[in-house]
Design a protein around this ligand. Sequence first.
Ligand SMILES: NC(=O)c1ccc[n+]([C@@H]2O[C@H](COP(=O)([O-])OP(=O)(O)OC[C@H]3O[C@@H](n4cnc5c(N)ncnc54)[C@H](O)[C@@H]3O)[C@@H](O)[C@H]2O)c1
Length: 250
Amino acid sequence: MPRLKDKVAIITGAAGGMGSAAARLFTREGAKVLLVDREEEGLVKLANLLPPEQASYFVADVTDEAATKAFVAAALKRLGGLDIALLNAGIEGEIGRIDEVPVAAFDRVMAVNVRSVWLGLASLMPAMRPAGGSIVITSSGAGLRGSAGLAAYSASKHAVLGLMKSAALEGAKDKIRVNAINPAQTRTRMMEAIDAHLNAAGRTGDPAARIPLGRYAEPSEVASMMLFLASDESNYCTGAAYQVDGGSMS
Ligand SMILES: NC(=O)c1ccc[n+]([C@@H]2O[C@H](COP(=O)([O-])OP(=O)(O)OC[C@H]3O[C@@H](n4cnc5c(N)ncnc54)[C@H](O)[C@@H]3O)[C@@H](O)[C@H]2O)c1
């Protein structure tokens, strides 16, 4: 039996590496998905790969309050319900030391990575109150420890863990579960951009060699954890963060 049969899921950052892997997996497992991203071209490309009766897309900037309310309303209207939300859109921001990066770049990272999660929770929780639901937030290994050169990103990913834990407490009585995942290096555009920057800055050696499993994750491997947390198999899990990191934090 498909693990998300008859479920409706919103996925933000759906045009990106992890979001699109989750969309493919969730639809294979029977879900209907509303794909949300600011990149229309990527959304159209992804939607064309998915069964039309199971996928719809919505172009939105997740930092925008009205747009967030609109995509939550669209899921209810177009897909007939709302059981799951994957708050996954994110940016790495500018790479550099704290004294090198302009404060506007810090503000942008906080807007895309933290404000968007606040806005998402504020719209999703009332919508899910009648029947319960599962919200999964994409944090990062950088949400558990510092990251030299990516301080704003690291701060943003720590911040969403605080939002996740607080929302889990607020949602529990209505059976709204809220969890986070902490992936480490995963093969997507974001990781390619960070690697390109660090290599250009003179990094030597293979970064994967520092990962106990010896390689980066595939987006599908992160999506598998998203699926578990989205599905009823994790019914007793809320308020926690789950690592998908090849042993990096051990
Ligand atoms: N790739 C990694 O190694 C890694 C590791 C840990 C955590 N993460 C997190 O995983 C999530 C997904 O990232 P990814 O690796 O798939 O990168 P990605 O760049 O492939 O995908 C991110 C997506 O978010 C979208 N997005 C960015 N800003 C947006 C906005 N304002 N409104 C709407 N959409 C917006 C982008 O258009 C893109 O499609 C992010 O939250 C990221 O921080 C990534």
